[in-house]
Design a protein around this ligand. Structure first.
Ligand code: SF4
Length: 181
């Protein structure tokens, strides 16, 4: 099921906020970005399967094709995969995050119960990543490979200032993300 752009999700905002407050939704995992033909991209399928039932995946772009046919069920009627659409719809995911920040009266977007586990591949994803960095999002996971053009110095800055990290094993990443790391 697709079509969960910000208008649709925000129409359910009260329901979503209640689910977070009651603990029915513990964490949102943004698994957006690109897909590719490498077998290693099954990482995203396995993460989707391994996430606990109180985690909701927010997605846009081709990465979703790794897991969007899985039957992950719903939480009180909210599908566990909220698919905003194609990669340009990452805008919707940002709007949803900013709205949640407002609703929960947080000063820092990093205090939201959201982790970013992004499938990396194409140049367009650079613009999406830069937008997230501009918003101050920290601790983004990128994988299963890092962009080839990232020089050691640029990587050092991204790690030091934004705590960007490469994806690890499925088990380690699921555990870390659910612990808010
Ligand atoms: S940039 Fe290309 S590969 Fe990546 S999500 Fe968009 S359409 Fe898919």
């Amino acid at each position: 099921m697709g079509g969960f752009a910000h208008n649709q999700v925000l129409a359910l905002a009260d329901k979503v906020v209640d689910a977070v407050k009651s603990g029915a939704i513990k964490r949102f995992i943004v698994m957006a970005g690109c897909d590719g033909r490498q077998k290693s991209r099954n990482y995203f399928t396995e993460v989707a399967k391994a996430l606990p039932k109180d985690a909701v995946i927010l997605t846009a772009g081709c990465a979703k094709y790794r897991y969007n046919k899985l039957d992950l069920g719903n939480i009180g009627g909210i599908p566990r995969i909220l698919d905003a659409g194609q990669c340009n719809d990452c805008y919707s995911l940002v709007v949803i995050a900013l709205k949640l920040k407002e609703v929960f009266e947080l000063d820092d977007i990093n205090d939201l119960p959201i982790s970013f586990d992004i499938g990396w591949y194409e140049q367009k994803a650079v613009a999406v990543l830069l937008a997230l960095l501009f918003l101050g999002v920290k601790g983004i996971r990128l994988g299963p490979t890092l962009p080839a053009f990232i020089s050691p110095n640029v990587l050092k800055v991204l790690v030091e200032k934004f705590n960007i990290k490469p994806t690890d094993t499925v088990e380690a990443d699921v555990e870390a993300m659910m612990a808010g790391k």
